[in-house]
Design a protein around this ligand. Structure first.
Ligand code: BTN
Length: 276
């Protein structure tokens, strides 16, 4: 098993990136890193990062479980305050997806893209999921704070994979058979996220729209969406300025907002040419 602790992650970070974090902690086992950071107070400045070697109750979006076997993958949550209006956190999930995908590409996983709103996927005759993002939070002492959970498949053991009910991929396969060390992947992810969160805090979603477009796994694809229990089908047209997914349907263009939709690409439809 690879060395995976605070010191080994620090070794891959430069001073500026280290300084962005109030703390970087690695625990052996926990129910869920998101749940733990929601239980804790978030400092007013800096980012807190909590990794777990394994999660005993890892949580995904829409109430799903997140397979979290030990010694295998990355399970991390970041907590950060964002002074101002809570509504401005609306675009955060896209920002996190973009920053995480860019970090994976920088590691050599050039085929990684983002399936709106924030799944990390690889198009391999259908989308296979590399990672997912679960953002929670609310207001702490009048200040909005976000807890950003990221699960990333690095080297998924075969026995744990049987519990996964959708096509998946891990970095080991993507990088040609050799799994990178979790500490190096963790540091790339942290560095990219620290920069992105600071930029989002200062400038909002606007700087990330073109970055998302370069990584958009759905643009041009025929998709089925479920919006508040109603089905809608059409062509994914990219993002509105507020981060909504634009869907061209028979009756016009609809803007789909995060939290209201689940999106599945229809079998046989093709996304835009690969962005590798
Ligand atoms: C998804 O459903 O795609 C989101 C998965 C998010 C999983 C991560 S692992 C670290 C953090 N802790 C959790 O319990 N969930 C998130």
């Amino acid at each position: 098993m690879d060395a995976f602790d605070t010191a080994s992650i620090h070794a891959f970070l430069d001073d500026d990136n280290r300084a962005a974090f109030a703390s970087i902690e690695v625990v052996d086992a926990i129910d869920s890193t998101n749940s733990e950071l929601l239980r804790r107070r978030t400092p007013e400045t800096g980012v807190v990062a909590l990794f777990a070697d394994t999660q005993l109750g890892g949580r995904g979006r829409l109430g799903r479980a997140w397979a979290s076997p030990p010694g295998a993958n990355l399970y991390v949550s970041l907590a950060r305050c964002f002074p101002g209006d809570l509504a401005r956190l609306g675009g955060l999930s896209l920002v996190v997806g973009v920053a995480a995908a860019e970090a994976m590409r920088a590691l050599g996983a050039s085929g990684v893209s983002v399936k709106w709103p924030n799944d990390l996927v690889v198009d391999d005759d259908g989308l296979r999921k590399l990672g997912g993002v679960l953002i929670e939070g609310g207001v702490q002492d009048g200040v909005p704070r976000a807890v950003i959970g990221i699960g990333l498949n690095v080297c998924m053991p075969a026995d744990a994979a049987t519990a996964i009910d959708q096509p998946w991929i891990d970095l080991r396969e993507l990088l040609g058979g050799d799994a990178p060390s979790r500490a190096s992947v963790a540091a790339s992810l942290l560095a990219s996220l620290a920069d992105a969160l600071a930029r989002f805090d200062a400038d909002g979603l606007a700087p990330f729209l073109s970055r998302f477009e370069a990584l958009d796994a759905l643009r041009g694809a025929q998709i089925d969406a479920v919006v508040s229990g109603h089905a809608a089908s059409g062509t994914a047209m990219g993002l509105a300025p507020d981060g909504a997914l634009l869907l061209r349907t028979d009756t016009g263009v609809q803007a789909l907002h995060a939290g209201e939709v689940s999106v599945r690409r229809r079998a046989g439809s093709q996304p835009r040419a690969s962005q590798a």
